[in-house]
Design a protein around this ligand. Structure first.
Ligand SMILES: N[C@@H](CCC(=O)N[C@@H](CS)C(=O)NCC(=O)O)C(=O)O
Length: 112
């Protein structure tokens, strides 16, 4: 069982399934990019809604994951070498997930 307790964000958004990729997002254009990628790759994930109407993106737990106060952000409990990986920026997340799953991201630069 992955231990995500060192991530402050889990105090605001407890992980019910810590072995699943944790998604912190909202249904905005940048947010849904990552949701679609997760659905299409078939990775198991747990979604946490970051509410803008209550400025959750400005809360210290969220800022501890993304100091830029922007969704989407993730924690992959099964990151490189099996260690948890926190990540933000939708483009960086998409590249990471494509690389991790081998889907939607050719290995070769020209093919990309
Ligand atoms: N370059 C960022 C942009 C993310 C972004 O602009 N997120 C917006 C929603 S689409 C946000 O979190 N806004 C909240 C705020 O600025 O307080 C990315 O692609 O992840």
């Amino acid at each position: 069982m992955a231990d995500l307790s060192k991530f402050l964000i889990t105090t605001k958004y407890p992980a019910q399934h810590p072995d699943r990729l944790q998604l912190y997002s909202l249904a905005t254009p940048n947010g849904v990019k990552v949701s679609i990628m997760l659905e299409e790759t078939g990775l198991a994930y747990e979604a946490h809604k970051v509410r803008f109407d209550t400025n959750d993106q400005m809360s210290p737990p969220f800022l501890s994951l993304n100091p830029n106060n922007k969704i989407p952000a993730i924690i992959d409990p099964d990151g490189p070498d099996g260690a948890p990986l926190p990540l933000f920026e939708s483009g960086a997340i998409l590249l990471y997930l494509g690389d991790k799953t081998g889907k939607f991201l050719p290995k070769d630069g020209a093919a990309r």
